[in-house]
Design a binder for this molecule. Structure first.
Ligand SMILES: CC(C)(COP(=O)(O)OP(=O)(O)OC[C@H]1O[C@@H](n2cnc3c(N)ncnc32)[C@H](O)[C@@H]1OP(=O)(O)O)[C@@H](O)C(=O)NCCC(=O)NCCS
Length: 269
């Protein structure tokens, strides 16, 4: 088994041009940081609906409340950017398992999105006419990954994880976890889709892929998966309906990431 150490750079994060067009064969992923000043948080809060503000108030910890407000505010701002609408004018609807989508009168017939946030960073994937799911995780090295894998992963994934050298297992665990989450988030069914009934790739250095599903063999050809490297110490995955799309990763502009995180290139494949 060939092992590549966890140093894959992934697609670069670029500063967006002033005008962005989202083609049906494109996927855009936006990265934003969630730790903001009080005045920035207030500005985002004003773009949220009363329901969203009430949800923010229910968070016990201030940091979680603020991160929710900023993530939802950035989501509204960037969707408004594509749809040429004010962020506060967009309305969302929710699937029976809670997946948010744009309401039909806000562009939900064309623009799809999915959001993930972890440890102060948010990623939002946007597509035109394709279902999409995204998941981001901060790598926690103290996690009992093998016990968690035993509980949630498929037999094939557990065997693959166990066959890896010890020093790669935590990283491989998070590759697997984010790919599984991205897939269930793309499908929008939450945990009603049993996590041990489908297999994803997890060997570091190998392409992200949905390898098999027990429920419907057609699923494997329906979805494509992509690994993302949002920032040092984080792992992320994208699940997109169909194939042959190109990916652009954009840095949300109203804040500063450390300069080294940003690259002014665009990459497709
Ligand atoms: C949404 C869910 C699927 C993932 O949540 P998560 O990983 O904790 O959180 P993320 O930051 O990645 O995603 C949250 C965002 O996804 C979106 N979301 C909510 N429900 C969703 C659903 N059913 N499908 C897709 N997206 C959903 C929302 O935009 C949400 O953002 P918000 O909370 O600010 O409104 C959650 O329902 C869940 O329970 N996850 C499973 C946990 C688990 O045991 N995983 C094992 C993996 S091996």
């Amino acid at each position: 088994m060939k092992i590549t150490p966890p140093t894959s750079p992934g697609p670069p994060w670029c500063l967006p041009p002033e005008t962005l067009i989202l083609g049906s064969d494109e996927v855009h992923v936006w990265r934003a940081t969630l730790d903001r000043t009080t005045s920035q948080i207030e500005s985002f809060r004003h773009t949220l609906t009363a329901d969203e503000q009430a949800r923010a108030e229910r968070f016990y910890f201030r940091r979680d409340r603020e991160h929710f407000i900023v993530a939802r505010g950035v989501l509204r701002a960037l969707l408004g950017f594509y749809l040429h609408k004010a962020p506060e004018c967009l309305s969302f609807c929710y699937s029976s398992h809670g997946k948010p989508a744009l309401a039909w009168d806000s562009g939900g017939d064309t623009v799809h999105f999915n959001l993930s946030h972890s440890h102060g960073v948010a990623l939002c994937a946007v597509t035109r006419g394709r279902e999409v799911g995204i998941d981001l995780d901060y790598i926690r090295s103290a996690l009992a990954v093998e016990q968690i894998a035993e509980r949630f992963f498929s037999r094939r994934e557990i065997a693959t994880l166990r066959a890896l050298p010890l020093d790669l297992r935590t990283y491989a665990f998070f590759l697997c976890w984010t790919r599984k989450e991205a897939y269930i988030k793309a499908r929008g069914e939450g945990l009603s889709l049993p996590l041990d009934q489908f297999d994803v790739s997890l060997i570091p250095g190998e392409p992200a892929a949905l390898l098999s599903t027990q429920r419907d063999p057609y699923e494997v050809s329906r979805w494509s998966l992509q690994e993302l490297t949002p920032a040092p110490g984080y792992v992320a995955a994208l699940a997109v309906e169909g194939h042959g799309w190109s990916l652009a990763c954009w840095q949300w502009l109203d804040l500063g990431f450390p300069a080294g995180w940003i690259c002014m290139e665009r990459q497709g494949w």
